[in-house]
Every structure is written in C-alpha cells, then in structure tokens.
Write a protein that binds this ligand. Structure first.
Ligand code: AMP
Length: 545
C-alpha cells in the first residue's frame, strides 16, 4: 500500500525560495577588516537568480560542475545555493591543497567554470593553464583584468556579469537524488577522493543541523562560519542557515585569532564553528588580550579531537560552551554531536561532552573488530566505526564509473578508519585513527589520549604524538611539543604530568620540541609530515630512561 503523501522533491531551490521570501530579512555579512558588508536573504535570492542566469548564458546546464576558489564571503554563499538550485553542481575547491592535488581535483570533477576571489587570482593563475575543462573564470571582489587567461578560457568580472542579468530565474524542479554539490577528501595519502552530495542528502542533513540535539539553529542566531566552505560541505552551515533563517557572518580571509576576535567584538555572533587549532589560537589571543565572548551561546568544534582542557578553558574562563562533534567529508559531514543526556548537569556533563557525541536517528553506527565481527556497544569494546544513512556516501565519485577504494565500504556501510567505542546509549568515544594508533608490544596506545592529556599542561600550546619504530616494542610514542609563548618545560616534567593518567608502559620516553605542528589543508595536525620529519632526522629527540 502506498501513502497518500505528496512526492515533493527535497530540492535546494525550494530552500532558496523559502529563505529569500519568508526569511528575507535575515542576513549574510562578510568581514572587511574593519566592518561588514551585508546582504539580506531577499538580496541573496536576486543575486542567486542573476548568477544562475549568468551561468546559463555561459552554457552551464544540468549536472555541469561549477567550481569556487574562494574565502567564506557573501559571493561564496550565493554560489553555494544558486549553483545547485539551477541544477548544476557546486564544487568548492580547497584553496590550500598542494598545487598538483588542486589541479587533480578540478580536472577529475571536470569543472567548467570557476568563480575566484580577487585576492586569490595570483594563486589561481598558476593552476589555470593545467585545468583542462575550465572554459570560464569569474573574478569576484577583484580585478578580472589581472588574470591572464590561457587560450580558450574567458575571464569575466562577477559584478559586471551579474549586473547585466535579470533578477529572476525559473529554477527547475530537480530530482532530489541528483547531484547538488561535491567535495574532495583532504586525505594526506593518495589522490583526494570525490564525494557527491544530493539535494535530498543536503536537505535532510540541514534539518539535522537545525535540531536542538545538534546545532539548534534558529532565526535568532548569528552564525560565524569559520570552517571553510570548501571543507566537508561547510559542515552543513549554509543550508541549515537558509532553512532556519539564521544570520551568517563570514570571516573572508581574516582567519587569524586577532581579526576573529575583532569581528566577534564588533558583531557579537551567537554561534561559531571551526576546527580545534583555530580555537587554540583564539584561546591564546584571549589570554593575551581579554575580551567578553559570552555572546557565543555555543561553538561547534570537530574535525579532530577537541582536548578536554580546551573545552574546560572556554567554559570556565569565558562562559562559552564547546559542542564536540564528529564527522567526515563522506558523511556530509554531521555524524555525532556531544550533548549530555537529559538530567545530567554540572561536573557530570563532562564525561558526555568530552566524547565525540551521540548519533542521530538517521545515522546508523556500528563497530567492527579486527576479525571482522561486529562488537557490542558496551562502552568498552573497541572496533572500527562504520556508518550508514541518507547523508553518508555509498561510494567515491569516478567519472568513468570505476570503483575507487572499495575497501572503504562494507556491505552498504562506510568504513570510517576511526577506532573507538560506543556506549549503550549511543555516545561515541574515538581512540584514534586506525593508522595513527601506536602498537607497542602488541598493545595499543592512543595518540589522541596522550595529546589531549599533555595539552592540559599550562606550558603546552600544542602537542602531536606519532608512533616511531622501536627495536624492542615495534613502536613507541614520540611526543612533539609546541610550548606556549614565554613558558618552559622539560620532558621529565611533562612525563611526570602524565604519570597519574596512563599506565606506566604507555608513558612516552621520546620527546621533541618544535616551533609548530605541521597542518593539513584544513588545519588538522599533519602527522604524515611529522613522521617524515622524524624519518629524515629533522627532529631533535630527547629519550628519557
Ligand atoms: P574530514 O573529511 O577532513 O572532515 O576528516 C574526517 C576525519 O576527521 C574523521 O574520519 C576523523 O578521523 C577526524 N575527526 C573528525 N571529527 C573528529 C572528532 N571530533 N574527534 C576526533 N577525530 C575527528
């Protein structure tokens, strides 16, 4: 028996129509360095129509890929919604990829048009001659004439192109399963892999972001979107904002702690989202120059494990609640979010809030042990996390239909490569990435646990732990420490600090002090580069007896 319900597709064009009419007074603002330039959602609607008309005039049709090479700003937000709404596919390019990876992903996705920020034109110009399918480049917020186009590529000014277009567009009805946007993984090994989101997956995911058990967006929020729009589907923030009418603050290129704190002081956002390294910098900035940031009702942090010391510092010193969340490019990205259960308050909240969080109904999760069997969710048994659901990818994009990385999929489940445990009430605690866990004498040592613990020492600004070869134990941990400005600490002191938190055999004997932990293109610790530095003998290691 079929239902009597209407089969209305979950299309992002509907979201655009809703936001630009019923939520027309909500705004998206971009920080300029001294203030903001603001557009209402009503204006976002007309700008989206102009961009869609312009792209159609350039020959962009259903399913064609439109790249962006941009900071988070108003124009990027317009592209984020206009491109899928017109039936094309948004491909936000990661401006921080290594050149060969950037060229690879743009060619692999077969981007036809790329919208580029003026300040990024010199960087983009280096890649453009190698981009095989790009026919048009649209320069926003800058001088289009500054870009020397290779033969066969036309360069346009975003402002001039859009000014010449009508401010309405007949957005088509789109099959909800069609591609809306794509993102490539920022993996540090091998070629990046493409994930293609559908209208349906983005719509459902946006609904989840708006839930109170998730980020709880509403029309009263002002969301500072620090996470780049090119990282992991922008954590769903743009579509959730349009769905809820939340206002958005875009930092553009002003991503250092100083400017972030200035824009917070000026604009008083209620919510913000970024990886832990950004918040580590903000904390240090606040220590140097105190400022009230209690206008932030909550801050979602994920992408890598959030050190408990950081969560406590935000709460206890600044009255700001960090919301720990786990996700991946492959999961749109929202997986679990760490709200404590009802009835738990005060100090008791932490044991839940330090976890990677609880899964929503739409994301099924299980743990698979070394022998391939599913282990129980008893809060103790460890296994590789596997997930499935309507916004979890079922494969990687391949233009020729080839199967990429079949090992990442297990009978309809996505293998995440993350190792952890799940409590009976659905809280995930990750122990490590399977490739980062340290195998010492047949036992596991969690690099993340060591990092989190040592980052609780007041002299430690950042710490990254890698496994290094050891004759007797196969592998032992090496701790790379970045000291906080103006502080000192000896390896013995740091090891003593860990002594009551770990078993004796887990305590690291190898320590190194470095100026900075190498970071990936999305601001996570790049342990592959750290391992290479160690292998090349670039690190001065102290070995404690
Ligand atoms: P990406 O696709 O760049 O977002 O990377 C996804 C990976 O980041 C996951 O598979 C995890 O290894 C890691 N990750 C994301 N969120 C967390 C978190 N809250 N704690 C620990 N690792 C995380």
């Amino acid at each position: 028996m079929l239902s009597t319900m209407q089969d209305e597709p979950l299309s992002l064009a509907t979201l655009l129509r809703y936001a630009s009419t019923f939520m027309g007074d909500s705004t998206v603002s971009t920080w300029t360095g001294t203030g903001v330039r603001t557009m209402t959602y009503r204006e976002l609607g007309t700008e989206s129509a102009r961009l869609a008309n312009a792209l159609r005039a350039l020959g962009i049709g259903d399913g064609d890929r439109v790249g962006t090479f941009m900071w988070n700003n108003n124009e990027h937000m317009v592209a984020y919604i206009a491109v899928p709404a017109m039936g094309a596919v948004l491909h936000a390019l990661n401006i921080r990829l290594f050149p060969e990876q950037l060229v690879f992903v743009a060619n692999h996705a077969e981007d036809q048009v790329v919208i580029v920020d003026g300040t990024l034109v010199p960087m983009f110009a280096q890649y453009l001659p190698n981009l095989k399918t790009v026919r048009h480049v649209i320069v926003a917020n800058g001088d289009a004439a500054a870009l020397q186009a290779p033969e066969g590529v036309q360069v346009h000014s975003y402002a001039e192109l859009l000014a010449a277009q009508p401010d309405t567009f007949d957005f088509p009805v789109i099959d909800e399963r069609s591609a809306a946007a794509m993102c490539y993984t920022s993996g540090t090994t091998g070629d990046p892999k493409g994930v293609v989101y559908s209208h349906r997956s983005n719509w459902l995911h946006a609904m989840q972001v708006c839930q109170p058990t998730s980020m709880g967006f509403s029309n009263r929020d002002y969301v500072l979107a620090i996470v780049p729009l090119f990282h992991a589907n922008a954590w769903g923030l743009p579509y959730a904002a349009l769905m809820s009418g939340a206002n958005v603050l875009m930092p553009d290129r002003f991503l250092q702690p100083g400017p972030l704190l200035e824009m917070m002081a000026a604009e008083q956002p209620t919510f913000a989202a970024a990886v832990p390294t950004i918040w580590g910098g903000v904390l240090a900035g606040l220590a140097a120059k105190p400022q009230d940031i209690s206008h932030l009702r909550s801050v979602v942090v994920g992408g890598s494990a959030v050190p408990p010391s950081m969560m406590r510092a935000f709460q206890e010193k600044h009255g700001v609640r960090i919301l720990h969340a786990w996700g991946m490019t492959e999961t749109s990205p929202l997986g679990s979010v760490a709200h404590p259960p009802a009835g738990v308050a005060g100090e008791d909240e932490w044991e839940y809030r330090f976890t990677q969080g609880r899964f929503p109904a739409s994301v099924q999760a299980r743990l698979v042990g070394d022998n391939g069997t599913v282990v129980p969710n008893d809060g103790e048994s460890l296994g590789e996390l596997e997930v499935r659901g309507p916004w979890i990818t079922g494969s990687y994009y391949a233009p020729d239909g080839a199967v990429i990385d079949p090992d990442k999929f297990d009978n309809g489940w996505l293998r995440t490569g993350d190792v952890g445990k799940i409590s009976p009430d659905g809280y995930l605690t990750l122990v490590d990435r399977s490739k980062d866990v340290i195998k010492s004498g047949g036992e596991w040592i969690s690099s993340v646990d060591l990092e989190n613990a040592v980052m609780g020492h007041p002299a430690v600004a950042e710490a990254a732990v890698i496994g290094v070869p050891d004759e007797k134990w196969d592998e032992r941990p090496l701790v790379a420490i970045v000291l906080a400005e103006g502080t000192e600490a000896k390896p013995e002191e740091l090891r003593d600090f860990l002594a009551d938190k770990f078993a004796k055999w887990q305590l690291p004997e190898r320590w190194t002090f470095i100026a900075e932990v190498p970071k990936t293109s999305v601001g996570k610790f790049d342990k592959k580069r750290l391992r290479a530095q160690y292998a090349d003998g670039d690190l001065t290691v102290t070995t404690l007896s």
